[in-house]
Structures are given as C-alpha cells and as structure tokens.
Design a protein around this ligand. Structure first.
Ligand code: C2E
Ligand code: CA
Ligand code: CA
Length: 615
C-alpha cells in the first residue's frame, strides 16, 4: 500500500519536474529565437544603411554598374539571398542574387520596413542624400543560420536535460535505496531486541494485538506467558554485564528451541521474556509447556569462567478468557508472574481473580506504606504484660498501627508481610524503635515507671545486620538504658543464619537487652536448640492458650512447655489470654507473664499511663 503510493508519488514528481524543465527550455528557446531575429534585423538594417550611403551617388547618377558592384559585395555575407537597389520611383537599378535562390524581390521597391516569413527576412530601407530620399535598398536574408543555431542550442539543452534527468533519477534512486535501508534499520531496531535478537516489547504487543483480534474472529484461545529470570541480578553482579547479556542470549535460545515455530517469543524488559503459545486454549497444555520451560532454566549456564544458576518465575494468563484486551492480558500475566515469584520462584502460576486482587492490594499497600512513612501515618500502641508473681504490669508490647487517610486503620497482619517483601520493613522497624524510645523517654520524664517495652523485629532487620546499630542509635538519642526495651523475634530468624544471627543477637543480649521468641509452638519449636541461643523469654503462641482450660491436650502441652522452658532458664509469657479462666489456669501452670485482652488491650501512650506506677 505504502509502496504503491510512494511509486505514484515519484512518477508525479518526475513528470512535473520534467514538464517544468521542458517549458523553461521552450521559453528559453523562444526568447533566444526572437532576440537572434532582432539582432539579425538590426545587423541587416545597419548593413543596408551602410550600403545606402555608398550607393547614393550611383543612384543619383543612374550608374547601374557601380550600384551592381557595391551590392555585389554582399556576396561575402552568406545569409543574404538577394539584394536590390531602386530608384526613387521604385524602378530597379541593380540587383544581387545567389545563384540557387529563386528571385523574390519585386521589380518595384517595397514599402520601408521589414517582414519575417517562416524562413526569410525581407527588409527595405530608404537611401538618402542631404536628408532627401533618393532611392531604396531591399535585402532578403534567410533564417537558416538562426534555425541551425536554435537546433544546436535545443540539442545541447536536450542533452543537458537528459543527462541531468538521468543523473537525477540515479541520485534519487540511490537516495531511495538508502532511505529504504534506513527505514528498514529503524523498523528493525523498533521491533527487535539487540541483546538476544528476539522481538522486543513493541513487536510483542503487536503480535499480542493480532492474536487477540484473531481469537475475536475464530473464537479460539492462546496462553500468554510472562517469564522473569530469577536471580539474574546476582549473575550480573557476580560475572558482569557482558556475561549477563550472554546468559540472556542463551536464555532466548533455549526458550526458542523449547517452543513451536508458531509461538511468539520476545524479550520485553531487562530480564523479562514473554511468550504467546498460539492456539493453546486449555490450561493443561499451557502448564505442560511452562513446566518444561522451568526445567530448561534449571540447567546451569556456562559463563566461561563459572556456572551461573538461574530460574524462571512464569505467570500465565489464558487469553482472551483472562485478558480480552492487551492491557488486561499483560497486566494479569504480570500479576501471575509476581505471584509465582512470591511463592518461592522457579515455578509457574496461573492468573486468577483472587491473585489479581491480592497482588493489586499488595501493590496498593506498598505504595501507601511509602507515603505512610513520610507522612507520619504510623503510630504505636502498647499492650500490657502482667507478671504473675507480683500481679503488676512489668512489661509492654509495642504494636505498630497504620492510619490511612482514606482506608482507615490497616491491620499489621496485612501490611507487615508486604513491608517484609519489599524491604520497607527496615524503615518501619527503625521508625517504630524511634517512636517507642521517644514515648518511653516522655513517660519517664513525666515521672512514670516504664517497664521494658517489647519491640517486634522482623527476620529481615536482623539479616541486614543493622538492627544493633538501629537500637543503639534510638537508645542514645533518647538517653535510655538498654534494658528499657526488649525485642521479640520468631524462630524463623535463625533458620539458615544460625551462626551470624546468633552473633548479632548475642551482642544485644550482652548489652542488657532481653530477647523473646515470639509465637513459640508454631514453627520449629525445638527447645533443645533454644538453650544455645541468646534468648531469655518464650512467648507461648495464642493458639495453645485459646483452648484452655477445658482442652486437656492443650493444657498438657502448655504445662509441658512451661516446665521445659524453665528447665533451660527461660521466662514464659502466654499471649492471647482472653479470659479469667485462662489466666488462672496459666498461673497455676507456673507461667511467668500474661498478655492478652483479659490483661489489657493495646492502648495509646496517653491511655497506658493509667496502668503505670509513678515514682
Ligand atoms: P504478635 O507479635 O504475635 O502480636 C500479638 C498480636 O495479637 C497483636 O496483633 C495483638 O493486638 C493481638 N492480641 C493481643 N491480645 C490478644 C488477645 O487476647 N486475643 C487475640 N485474639 N489477639 C490478641 P496485631 O497488633 O494486629 O499484630 C499482629 C502482628 O503484627 C504481630 O503479632 C506482629 O507479628 C506484627 N507486628 C505488630 N507490630 C509490629 C512491629 O512493630 N514490627 C514488626 N516487625 N511486626 C509487628
Ligand atoms: Ca509480638
Ligand atoms: Ca505473637
């Protein structure tokens, strides 16, 4: 379509330029013709006048021989065909004539002036003496020379025109070829990925649009796969970008080999690939291919110096069922991929409405949390912990709260996991520590005796190794002693990092900060290894407390936990104590501290003072 239009346009261009040149050439020739004719007439008039001056005497004296001699000199002027000298009465005195030119000049003199015929010029001038006309001269000249001249000019101009047209055509052809090559290159660059030689995101979206349109007509379906390379950043960091690019290229090749010719494969981002399994309308078929892709990623990549290990997290969206337009299809495949990543990488995940919602909610929460940190939407509440022996509040647990301007209060159970996934937990943890220390200092300065406040710490905060610095900084800022706070962690903190994390926590413990194991009984719950950890408190998870005191099994378990904990020198706190019966049962079992709605709700700083003693 474009080509035909372009060719037509070229022809039009050529024809219009050609005719413009031709018109210019004709005008030029016309101008040349008329100016040459004028020159000729002027020349001849001058010549006739000169002859006339010489002929006056001959005319006056009727000397026809001299007159014939004088006009005979015109023989040397080849364009003159004929010449005649007339007396005043118009009768011929003498004449000159080329041998082969048939005579045309009349016997009688013609009126003064000139006449051009198609190939001749006829000219007649008076011969004067002292201002008196004594006779006349007529000349007849041919225009062949002018025509020859004109032909010559026309010929050479045509040659010039032809040469320049040829050159112009050649140049424009070259230009066109160059333009086409550039256009092709631009198109190629616009559609292909330089690193892998695969289609790029733009080309992929075109392919996806066509696939969706086709299914709109034929009622069929395809599977859209979003593939994110797991741990690609590590490969880049470890081996450098060149190796990273080589790995991406190999990934592209492996994917290409594993797919059918009709499938569409593209690299759509840094370490993201996308595939359309065309005419694959059943999830089973899509799952089969996706599982195969996960398998081929597991094979290590030879980087030359070492083997790189990666994996694929694949999100699958069945189109048009789960994505009828390009935006939805891409977004849903992306959401499914995100979910595959979250569920442990190296796996595939189908899009479903629930995934869409949780992931979207997660993304909203993440964005909201970033603002919450800067806009001071987070605050802390304190839940009392009662010591069984004294019956007094001897501890508080700090629990973070988020008040969103539109969504209202959001439970930590919803946003803490998101914060942990996105590393925002670091900032939140630091903020909470800061609020807690600030509140302790304020209450202390107002004369209250503030028991140690337990701060919840996520595994990630320990992994990053900054928890010690953060705690020290917060304590220092508010001039608090280390035993003003304690920390609560779950057993998972130690999984996989037993040595390094033990060292970090040992430092805190040595500084006088108590460490409690939270939710004890829900995880690995090995009392044996707890003995070797820098831990001094166990919090029995509320699941076990819930069934007290009637459930004999739960009671036996709690009693056992308390006994074993005491055996390895740990203090025990029961959390989630909601009733007096539960509290009594736990007191009898020897539990050291009680925490729960029965003891007290989590309260704001200004409310908690009612439970504190003054000094
Ligand atoms: P957790 O550390 O186990 O905190 C105890 C949770 O149980 C709190 O929920 C508390 O309000 C609730 N609770 C207290 N007494 C009772 C009771 O008698 N019955 C029942 N059913 N529940 C009771 P909350 O505040 O919603 O916190 C939930 C979880 O969020 C916490 O569990 C903790 O893992 C996490 N979290 C809270 N604040 C922070 C924080 O500042 N940092 C970190 N990393 N995690 C936090
Ligand atoms: Ca806790
Ligand atoms: Ca807990």
């Amino acid at each position: 379509m474009i080509d035909i239009r372009r060719r037509n346009y070229l022809w039009l261009n050529l024809v219009s330029t050609g005719s413009a040149l031709l018109i210019a050439l004709l005008l030029l020739l016309g101008y040349h013709w008329f100016s040459q004719r004028d020159d000729l007439r002027n020349n001849l008039t001058m010549q006739a006048n000169l002859l006339g001056a010489n002929l006056t005497a001959a005319i006056v004296f009727e000397d026809d021989r001299t007159a014939a001699d004088i006009i005979g000199t015109l023989n040397s002027s080849p364009i003159i065909l004929e010449a005649a000298v007339y007396r005043l009465d118009g009768s011929l005195l003498a004449s000159f004539q080329r041998p082969r030119a048939p005579p045309k000049l009349a016997d009688r003199g013609s009126p003064y002036g000139h006449v051009f015929s198609s190939n001749e010029l006829l000219l007649s001038v008076p011969v004067q003496m002292d201002g008196q006309i004594v006779g006349s001269i007529a000349l007849r000249a041919w225009l062949d020379d002018l025509y020859r001249d004109l032909r010559r000019i026309f010929g050479s101009m045509l040659v010039i025109l032809a040469v320049s047209a040829a050159f112009g055509t050649y140049a424009s052809r070259q230009m066109r070829l160059k333009m086409a090559a550039t256009e092709y290159e631009i198109e190629r660059m616009a559609l292909y990925d330089r690193v892998t030689g695969l289609s790029n995101r733009h080309a992929f979206e075109l392919g996806l649009t066509q696939t969706l349109q086709r299914h709109g007509r034929d009622g069929g379906g395809s599977a859209l796969l979003f593939i994110d390379v797991d741990d690609f950043k590590k490969v880049n960091d470890l081996f450098g970008h060149q190796v990273g690019d080589a790995v991406l290229k190999t990934v592209g090749e492996r994917l290409g080999k594993a797919l059918r010719g009709a499938d569409i494969l593209a690299r759509i981002g840094g370490d993201e690939f996308a595939v359309i399994l065309t005419n694959t309308s059943t999830p089973n078929d899509a799952a089969y291919v996706a599982d195969n892709l996960v398998r081929i990623a597991a094979e290590p990549f030879d980087t030359g110096s070492a083997l790189a290990h990666i994996g694929f997290s694949i999100g699958i969206c069945m189109i048009p069922k789960d994505g009828a337009n390009i935006e939805n299809a891409l977004r849903n495949a992306d959401l499914a991929m995100y979910h595959a990543k979250k569920s442990g990488k190296n796996t595939r995940q189908f899009f479903s409405e629930s995934i869409g919602e949780t992931t979207r909610r997660g993304l909203d929460i993440e964005a909201g949390l970033r603002l919450a940190l800067t806009n001071e939407q987070l605050y802390v509440v304190y839940q009392p912990q009662r010591a069984v022996r004294s019956g007094r509040i001897e501890g508080l647990e700090a629990l973070v709260r988020w008040r969103h301007p539109e969504w209202g209060i959001i439970a930590p159970a919803e946003f803490i996991p998101v914060a942990e996934e996105t590393s925002l937990i670091q900032d939140i943890g630091r903020k909470v520590l800061n609020y807690v220390c600030r509140d302790i200092a304020e209450l202390r300065d107002s004369g209250y005796l503030v028991p140690p406040v337990a701060v919840n710490v996520s595994a990630l905060q320990v992994t990053q190794g900054k928890i010690g610095d953060d705690i020290r900084a917060a304590l220092e800022e508010y001039r608090l002693k280390p035993d003003s706070i304690k920390i609560e962690l779950t057993e998972s903190v130690f999984i996989g990092h037993l040595e390094s994390h033990t060292r970090i926590l040992q430092d805190l413990r040595s500084a006088g900060i108590d460490i409690a194991i939270d939710d004890f009984g829900t995880g690995y719950s090995s009392l044996a290894y707890l003995h070797h950890l820098p831990v001094s408190i166990l919090k029995i998870d509320m699941r076990f407390i819930r069934d007290l005191p009637d459930d004999a099994e739960a009671l036996a378990l709690v009693k056992g936990l308390i006994a074993m904990g005491h055996a390895v020198d740990l203090l025990l706190i029961a959390e989630g104590v909601e009733s007096a019966a539960q509290a009594e049962c736990l007191e009898q079992a020897g539990c050291d501290f009680l925490q729960g709605y029965h003891v007290g709700l989590p309260l704001l700083k200004q409310e908690i003072v009612k439970l504190l003693q003054t000094d």
